[in-house]
Design a protein around this ligand. Structure first.
Ligand code: KG4
Ligand code: ZN
Length: 330
């Protein structure tokens, strides 16, 4: 089954063609980073306009890359939310129009859940369930337990900032470009993660994450060190270690409470980080799966893959003929 995926929840316009939730024929992303960079973050109105300007061409060029005509599309999966309202509206409107025109089913997809499916693209063996999924992106930091490709129980999320959001905000404080995660990764490389003391996170009680304390600590540390920061590599290595230490510890606590878990998936933009991958692989005995680097950050292949499972596992496929639904901002 060939699914067209469409993703416009934030600042990347993305279109992909994926067969049977696994084989990517083409996956194209038009990044808006250069447009938003000078503002130090995503400007929602500009993001929506950029999506509108680019989505039709991206759809055509994705078909060209796959070497197929639009008649080959069996269904369309689109990000329904969460995300920026204007941005979501562009993708959803384009998907609704195209589904009507081609007479194919339309599958609304949850963006955060879709991230996990980035890890299943191209996978030769089926995933082992139950599974623990850590999503760590610019907007979300959460752990859930999956019993199948489409059934999840949420176990934890962040009380305040997402991990990627914290990386992005701290990068701005230290004069590094947006988005901050990959820049901090570069600067931290070779630095000593023990050189600066960082606040301890709570290990008691529930599994929730918190990043606002670490962010504030970095603000005051930056003021103390002055500008330009003399020891930036060591500062960033220590900060990154603290940010990732919390992810590893909470995931370990979740696993300790669920000994039946047979695999772990870590996905979302921050999962592209090599140091985080190294720490996670060193920590756990159960297999840990990551998306290929290009499927960590926002893309439409993950949306198409998740859409495939939603559609094929649904007892009522007729419901995907209904286009009368709205975006979900949260
Ligand atoms: O999943 P994503 O593309 O968008 C959201 O759904 O939020 O994630 C974007 C986040 C940003 O915070 C960015 O700084 C972070 O992923 N990120 C990284 C790396 N690449 C992207 N963080 C750490 N290391 C990286 N290599
Ligand atoms: Zn995302």
């Amino acid at each position: 089954m060939l699914i067209l995926g469409i993703e416009t929840s934030c600042d990347d316009t993305a279109v992909a063609l994926v067969r049977d939730g696994r084989d990517v024929l083409a996956s194209r992303v038009h990044s808006q980073t250069a447009v938003h960079e000078k503002f130090g973050g995503v400007v929602p109105e500009i993001a929506a306009r950029e999506h509108l300007a680019n989505i039709s061409n991206l759809f055509r060029s994705t078909l060209d890359e796959a070497g197929i005509g639009e008649d080959a599309i069996d269904a369309i999966a689109v990000t329904q939310g969460p995300g920026l309202s204007g941005a979501l509206l562009v993708g959803v409107s384009f998907a609704k129009g195209t589904a009507l025109r081609l007479g194919v089913p339309l599958i609304p997809v949850h963006h955060v859940r879709a991230h996990a499916h980035g890890a299943f693209l191209g996978l030769s063996k089926p995933l082992l369930f139950p599974n623990l999924t850590l999503i760590v992106s610019g907007g979300h930091t959460s752990i859930s337990r999956a019993d199948s490709y489409t059934s999840f129980v949420d176990l934890a999320q962040t009380r305040d900032d997402a991990c990627g959001e914290c990386l992005d905000k701290v990068a701005i404080m230290y004069g590094l470009p947006y988005p901050g995660g990959p820049e901090i990764e570069k600067v931290a490389n070779g630095g000593d993660p023990q050189s600066y003391a960082m606040p301890k996170f709570s290990r008691k009680g529930d599994l929730s994450f918190s990043y606002s304390g670490l962010k504030t600590h970095m603000l005051y540390l930056g003021r103390k060190l002055g500008s330009p920061v003399p020891d930036l590599s060591n500062v960033m290595a220590s900060f990154q270690a603290a940010a990732f230490g919390q992810l590893v510890a909470k995931l370990a606590a979740a696993l300790a409470g669920a000994p039946e878990v047979r695999s772990i998936v870590v996905a979302g933009g921050v999962a592209a980080n090599k140091e985080l991958r190294r720490q996670l692989l060193a920590e756990f005995d159960v297999p840990v799966l990551f998306p290929a680097l290009r499927y960590c950050t926002d893309n439409a292949a993950m949306v198409a893959a998740y859409g495939f499972h939603i559609f094929t596992e649904s007892p009522d496929q007729q419901r995907f003929q209904d286009h009368n639904w709205d975006i979900h901002v949260n």
